[in-house]
Ligand binder design. Structure first.
Ligand code: C5P
Length: 206
């Protein structure tokens, strides 16, 4: 199968040197790309700004902002069978961005923000769609809502406040939520082990 996997944060620039972002390191998405490739799939990895090595045999496209990521997904989605949206896409961006560094005297105390496009809601297909739900607290209810609203076959939820889960760790405790309302809580395991579970789930949808 042909996988498109997104990973990492996006950056939304205010001026040439300042941006809005989040603490995502890309580890979960890179693990999904690695696991999918190791299982014999064709993998395109669309990565926000992260400092991780590309897994062997994976085609990588680097992007910066949410809008760049949407454009990259649109470019490759027609050929894909599976989209795994692991990226922590920034929900807002500054309404305008200066191409040079603004002087403090030129900056106002309030930042005018506009909503970024929701990538999952903006693209149709491919056949199998997987999303993530990083929550502060038990993720199952929010994950179920995202599953419905974003038309997903699987939502992988996690509580980023739990020790060993979420941003920057090598492990994750996740909950799988499917459109039939089933909730499967997995134990704490490495992100690569979580990634293998996701790839097996997708392979069963064939
Ligand atoms: O709504 P929320 O951002 O929590 O949804 C998380 C899921 O939606 C993730 O799979 C994420 O990659 C995806 N997403 C997206 N476009 C956005 C924000 C999130 O595709 N602008």
């Amino acid at each position: 199968m042909r996988f498109v996997v997104t990973a990492g944060p996006t950056r939304e620039y205010i001026d040439a040197v300042r941006f809005l972002s989040n603490p995502s390191t890309g580890r979960m998405g890179f693990a999904v790309a690695r696991a999918a490739r190791a299982a014999g799939h064709d993998v395109t990895l669309i990565a926000g700004p992260v400092s991780l090595k590309t897994p062997p045999g994976v085609t990588r496209i680097d992007v910066v902002s949410a809008r760049d990521m949407l454009n990259a997904v649109r470019t490759v989605i027609a050929r894909a069978d599976v989209l795994v949206m692991t990226a922590a896409v920034a929900d807002w961006r500054p309404a305008c961005c200066a191409t040079r560094k603004l002087k403090k005297s030129e900056m106002s105390d309030t930042l005018h923000l506009v909503r970024n496009p929701d990538i999952l809601k903006s693209v149709r297909g491919p056949r199998v769609r997987v999303g993530f739900a990083a929550e502060t607290g038990a993720p199952a209810a929010e994950a179920a809502r995202k599953c419905r609203e974003k038309g997903l076959d699987l939502v992988v939820g996690n509580d980023v406040t739990e020790p060993g889960s979420g941003f920057g760790t090598d492990t994750n405790r996740v909950t799988f939520v499917t459109p039939d309302g089933k909730v499967q809580r997995l134990p704490l395991m490495s992100k690569l082990a979580v990634a293998r579970r996701i790839v097996s789930f997708v392979a069963r949808r064939r």
